[in-house]
Write a protein that binds this ligand. Structure first.
Ligand code: BG6
Length: 466
């Protein structure tokens, strides 16, 4: 894989395609505003969209969008931010649009183009930018989904690489921008007590849960052709496996990415007989969902990693909408201690839990003596990082800031995209039927059978309610 230049120049302009869209409204303005507040924004921002918006409309929309996220808005900071904004209106299929973009960024030599537009437009926009002579030093940030299977991902990569080198393409997976996900590397590799335990000799299984306590809501048109496996497993949750299971890397952006890709290459293609799909009752009534749709809103699967560290250790994943709680965690479950004559068997094995959402934290489940009784009991050494992380960068804030600085280490490379599609491809080809589950339950019964022979799914570790 080609490496990026040693000292990438910071962006001297950010161009946002699709600035009038939903993602910009929910995430981008807030993230850019927060970068402005932290004095990390240092260039003009040009919005591009079909809508004929004046710059004043764009500024008003930006302020309303930031306020709607609940972010407190400081007038001075916002004024600095608003002064950076300008607007180019035009059809992405019209070459004149790219001439207008060229005029708007004339004199700038290190542009970052952020394409928050549907992927079928990526090729067209990159063609337009290249024809207008704008891609030479550019970095191009693209949003998921990167294809809907292995061959469409390759096609998309071909379209991008027709005009861009790999180091210029920044593929976002916002889970990699989550502070607690980045923390996994620190906890694993800056503590000498953990690494010796991190292998098949000591670990029985790993459970990854991503539970959401809401349904598909107003996203039926987007979600129905996609489903849980493509929406969050192939990308977000496999990336978490990349963080929890990869080897320590050399430095530099490609150091981390090489190790994650090496790990993905060792994941056995997923087996459809270890795959459970569920659909919550009521999903078919969601606007935009096809009549009789068989799309899964819940996916549970078992994966194996064929390398020295992990051979034989199952990695269980479950992800779903309309489950009882919102919680994303990785639970590493250690083997049972041997039976000893003086000890009652432990009820719960040692576990190390990485809580990604909500309220990032780490919990170590140990065994100690039950007070007043001759029996072991589980005790928790839990650390909740959320207080000290109160002002930690939001995922998009972190990732857009990185892209503007030219740090690609938390972005996904072409080989990473293709390897993760390779892993889930058999599940896409031979999906089991969906099982209906009740909203507010833990998904279909099949998910419990999936873990047979291993510890049952644990209730996620949730923040204490005040
Ligand atoms: C998105 C999915 O990528 O991630 C959504 O499309 C999902 O369906 C979301 O709800 C979850 O992200 P987060 O950061 O809220 O856990």
């Amino acid at each position: 894989m080609p490496v990026q230049p040693q000292n990438p120049a910071p962006a001297d302009v950010l161009v946002v395609f699709g600035i009038t869209g939903d993602l910009a409204k929910k995430m981008t303005f807030r993230s850019l505003y927060r970068l402005e507040r932290r004095k990390l924004l240092d260039c003009p921002i040009v919005g591009v969209a079909l809508d004929e918006w004046s710059v004043d409309t764009l500024r008003e929309h930006a302020r309303a969008a930031i306020e709607a996220t609940g972010e407190p808005v400081d007038d001075d900071v916002f004024a600095r931010f608003a002064a950076r904004l300008s607007m180019v209106s035009g059809d992405f299929a019209d070459p004149a649009t790219y001439d207008k973009v060229a005029a708007a960024i004339s004199g700038r030599v290190n542009p970052v183009f952020y394409l928050e537009i549907p992927p079928f437009l990526f090729g067209r926009v990159v063609d337009g930018l290249a024809t207008a002579g704008l891609t030479e030093n550019a970095r191009v940030v693209v949003e998921k989904p990167f294809g809907h299977d292995l061959s469409s991902a390759k096609e998309l990569n071909d379209q991008l690489s027709a005009h861009l080198q790999e180091w210029q393409i920044y593929r976002i997976d916002h889970f990699l921008g989550k502070e607690p996900a980045m923390d996994i590397r620190y906890i694993r590799f800056s503590n000498s007590i953990i690494e010796p335990l991190w292998n098949r000799d000591r670990i029985e299984a790993v459970q990854i849960t991503m539970a959401e306590n809401f349904g598909v809501e107003d996203r039926g048109h987007f979600y129905d052709p996609v489903g849980a496996l493509r929406d969050v497993v192939q990308n977000h949750l496999l990336q978490l496996i990349g963080l929890i299971a990869s080897e320590p890397s050399s430095g530099g952006p490609d150091g981390f990415r090489d190790k994650r890709v090496d790990l993905f290459k060792c994941i056995r293609p997923a087996d459809p007989s270890h795959y459970v799909r569920g659909q919550y009752a009521g999903y078919l009534d969601v606007d935009g969902v096809a009549p009789g749709s068989q799309t899964e809103t819940f996916a549970a699967l078992k994966l194996y990693i064929d390398n020295w560290r992990w051979c034989g250790v199952p990695f269980f994943i479950r992800a779903g909408k309309s489950l009882p709680v919102r919680a994303t965690e990785i639970r590493v479950i250690f083997k049972r201690p041997p039976p000893l004559p003086f000890l009652e068997p432990v009820k719960e094995q040692n576990q190390l839990i990485f809580r990604i959402d909500p309220a990032a934290g780490v919990d170590l489940v140990l065994q100690a003596k039950e007070s007043g009784a001759d029996a072991p009991r589980a005790v928790n050494l839990s650390l909740v990082f959320s207080d000290e992380m109160a002002d930690a960068p939001e995922p998009y804030e972190r990732l857009l800031g990185d892209a503007m600085r030219g740090d690609s280490s938390q972005f996904i490379r072409e080989d990473g995209v293709e390897e993760t599609w390779r892993v889930v491809e058999p599940l896409l080809e031979s999906p089991p039927p969906v099982e209906i589950y009740q909203p507010g339950s833990w998904g279909p019964a099949g998910a419990d059978k999936l873990v047979a022979g291993y510890p049952a799914w644990h209730q996620p570790w949730l923040p204490a309610t005040k």
